[in-house]
Design a binder for this molecule. Structure first.
Ligand code: ATP
Ligand code: MG
Length: 735
């Protein structure tokens, strides 16, 4: 992410020149001519420019090209993995700009900031090709409004929120902030004391989010998705009402609010009209993973469908736990009359042997709309199903094979290890660290969700919005001798005095904090002060870190590793000169986790990619290793509740396997040790994932991770760790 490629990082003003921008230009006139042959449509002859746009479009196949050069009537590209959906969308953006659409009037919605940056990089490359510029940035690309639904919502709300009486200065609560707020309200309302178990904070937050995102009543959501909480209907209603009020008082919005208020803006006649005037074209990638509310937002932005393009693959829908629904894709043509649907069937990513395997996996899905994919890359090695004795053997196999591929000329960055749950990679991370193989991990426990990072940010969040009770409470509870009751009183005092830090001037701190309190006040006032120099977010974080480090050391283990994380955050902040923007962006789309082992390799040029399957969406690598493909892991035993969940797990495996271009290894450990192999041989046996049916296995070569001789040697190693004498000694230790 750099300021030059990602307009989400640009100051809002630079991106949205508002009413002064030409609205209906030559682009519109051209589009109005309707559907003609691409050559005719662009009005291009054999001049220099036409050759170049033709060359660029020549990279696309006929349906891709049809989609890229489609007029402004609503367009839906529904196609399978690797068929060039994202590529086509990038070409469409470039084509629109080339045709005269003002880049700053194009809104490009992607699933992650990373995807947005990547897409805009591609657009930029195409435009530069057209302009004949090799260096620098093409004229248009940086002005496109690119980002996730949530980041675009934040920008629009800061700009237009006042029209619906929303404070334009607001804090954004991430998922765990919401849970913390739910927890404290739950206590305040005495809901945990009813003699029976009230749902935990995480469940409360999940129920709330589902209600908001599906726009369904609490009662219905409880009945359909959380039946074990049905008895708590009343208590939950009370809790959610208090939650909404508290966020209002504290000028905080959660992720769902961002979408809800954006929707409200669009409903408001003046705000809605102002926003609609901003954009000529709205394009969305990964549409299968949007929810009902996001579908409504598109309708609000483009009521008649004009300028709207959506792209997706129903076979890759993997976010239903966030209330995403493939109905958005299926209902799109009905929702937007006059839609042209363009299917794509040629896969450019994978070899045919890999596609044979992935097609067979998805063919067994009960609901299926996307057609079977084919590739011109008919030769290539068959995918390999690797039987591993246990997780250690799996890790060794992966590391050995990754290194062997590197010897063959495939960079580490072109290889990825994918897994269902973040903790599935822990053993591998240790093995990689031992062997000095640099890696970077995406997904899973986010960097921002670690306690020490949240602590550090609480200082900045509080000075940014002194009404932010979640940040204030977090900060106060770090201080020795301050408990929840005292913290609660102090947060109230802040709110009563209109949200200024000086509200704490008269506070008498508990004895244990007498020394630290004046220093804290001094720091907060300094950070909040108007007369601070031009905002330097990194320097502010540095100041906070100096204050916070002794607290960190007294509160947590592994202080050194945590301090490294704080330093990284400081480093990251150097790209920002606006504190609110920094806080919003990293809350909405946090950087990938910087695990202890991963800290160093981030600096390295080449590194192996480790990623949860969810975070691997839309990406591709030369070689892909899918690990832990055992029942219980995929499908996850957390998700085997009903048939729909199982289907989603199948699509997850499909997403994982379709990331591979040339080599695909699916690994299956047969044994899982209860306490780690080196500590005890007690183990259970696993079963190969149910999705790898005989038909699927027939598409694979099957091999053991190690040959039998190696295994015998390894077993000797293992035996040497636990000798009979050691066991006798342990028995003796028992008395
Ligand atoms: P996913 O479903 O995983 O999001 P996708 O449909 O968006 O995939 P892309 O990522 O756009 O597919 O493209 C997959 C690969 O195919 C990329 O490497 C891309 O460069 C290549 N590709 C796409 N279209 C063409 C084409 N017409 N000719 C050659 N290569 C192409
Ligand atoms: Mg894509």
């Amino acid at each position: 992410m750099t300021a030059s490629t990602n307009p989400a990082d640009e100051p809002l003003e630079a991106l949205s020149p508002g009413g002064s921008v030409r609205h209906d230009g030559p682009a519109r006139d051209r589009f109005c001519r309707g559907r003609e042959e691409p050559g005719q449509r662009t009005g291009l002859g054999m001049n220099q420019e036409s050759t170049s746009i033709e060359t660029v479009l020549g990279e696309l196949n006929p349906p891709q090209r049809e989609a890229a050069c489609h007029d402004l009537s609503p367009l839906l590209i529904v196609a399978g993995a690797g068929t060039g959906k994202t590529t086509t969308l990038a070409h469409r953006v470039a084509w629109l700009i080339h045709q005269g659409t003002d880049a700053s009037r194009i809104l490009l919605l992607t699933f992650t900031r990373r995807a947005s940056a990547e897409m805009l990089r591609r657009v930029d490359a195409i435009l530069r090709q057209l302009e004949g510029t090799r260096q620098g940035t093409a004229a248009g690309s940086t002005r496109v409004w690119g980002g996730t639904f949530h980041s675009i919502a934040t920008r629009l709300l800061r700009r237009f929120g006042r029209l619906i009486e929303l404070p334009t200065e607001f804090s954004i609560l991430d998922r765990s902030d919401c849970e913390d707020l739910m927890a404290s309200l739950r206590n305040e309302l005495g809901l945990g004391e009813t003699g029976r178990r009230f749902p935990k904070k995480g469940t409360c937050a999940a129920i709330y989010s589902r209600v908001v995102n599906t726009q369904t009543s609490l009662k219905d959501v409880l009945e359909s998705a959380f039946p074990w909480c049905a008895e708590d209907l009343e208590g939950l209603g009370e809790l959610f009402a208090a939650y909404v009020d508290r966020k209002e008082i504290q000028h905080c919005l959660d992720f769902d609010d961002l979408l809800v208020f954006w929707d409200a803006l669009l409903d408001d006649p003046s705000a809605g009209a102002a926003i609609r005037k901003l954009f000529d074209c709205v394009l969305v990638d990964e549409y299968q993973d949007t929810n009902r509310l996001q579908g409504r937002l598109l309708k609000g932005l483009c009521p008649d469908g004009r300028g709207l393009t959506a792209v997706g693959d129903d076979a890759q829908s993997i976010y239903s736990f966030r209330a995403a629904t493939i109905r958005n894709i299926l209902d799109f043509p009905e929702e937007h009359p006059g839609t042209t649907v363009v299917p794509l069937e040629q896969n450019y990513r994978s070899t045919q042997p890999i596609l044979d395997a992935t097609n067979t996996v998805i063919a067994q899905a009960s609901q299926r709309h996307t057609k079977t994919l084919w590739s011109e890359r008919t030769s290539g090695e068959r995918p390999v199903l690797v039987d591993c004795i246990d997780e250690d053997e799996q890790s060794e196999f992966v590391v050995e094979t990754v290194l062997a591929r590197r010897e063959e000329g495939v960079a580490l960055k072109d290889q990825a290890v994918l897994f269902r749950a973040s903790h599935h990679s822990l053993a591998l991370e240790v093995e990689l660290a031992n062997r000095n193989v640099p890696f970077h991990k995406y997904g899973g426990l986010r960097f921002l969700e670690t306690a020490h990072i949240k602590d550090l940010l609480a200082f900045l969040k509080l000075v940014d919005n002194p009404r932010d009770g979640v940040a204030a409470t977090r900060l106060l509870l770090m201080l020795p001798g301050v408990g929840p009751v005292r913290a609660g009183r102090m947060v109230e005092a802040l709110l009563e005095k209109g949200g200024v830090i000086s509200a704490w001037d008269d506070v008498k701190p508990p004895a244990a904090s007498e020394e630290i309190w004046p220093r804290l006040m001094q720091l907060l006032k300094q950070l909040a002060g108007d007369n601070r120099d031009e905002q330097n977010v990194s320097a502010e974080l540095h100041q906070v870190r100096r204050f916070y480090t002794p607290l960190l050391e007294s509160r947590y283990d592994h202080a050194a590793a945590r301090i490294r994380d704080l330093e990284q955050l400081e480093q990251l902040a150097t790209r920002y000169n606006d504190r609110s923007r920094f806080l919003a962006e990293i809350t909405l789309d946090p950087p990938a986790s910087t695990q202890d082992f991963a800290a160093e390799p981030i600096l390295d040029d080449d590194f192996l990619v480790l990623s949860t399957i969810h975070s691997a969406k839309g990406l591709e690598w030369d070689s892909v290793f899918v690990i832990h493909v055992a029942d219980g892991n995929i499908p996850s035993d957390m998700a085997t509740g009903d048939a729909d969940e199982i289907e989603e797990e199948r699509r997850l495996l499909y997403v994982a396997m379709t990331r591979a271009k040339n080599r695909l290894f699916v690994c299956y450990p047969q044994r899982y040790y209860f306490r780690g192999r080196r500590r005890s041989d007690a183990h259970g046996f696993s079963q190969l994932s149910r999705f790898l049916t005989d038909d699927v296995i027939a598409c694979f070569d099957r091999q053991a991770a190690r040959n039998a001789d190696d295994r015998d040697e390894a077993d000797e190693d293992l035996a040497a760790d636990v000798t009979a004498e050691e066991i006798r000694r342990r028995i003796k230790d028992l008395w």
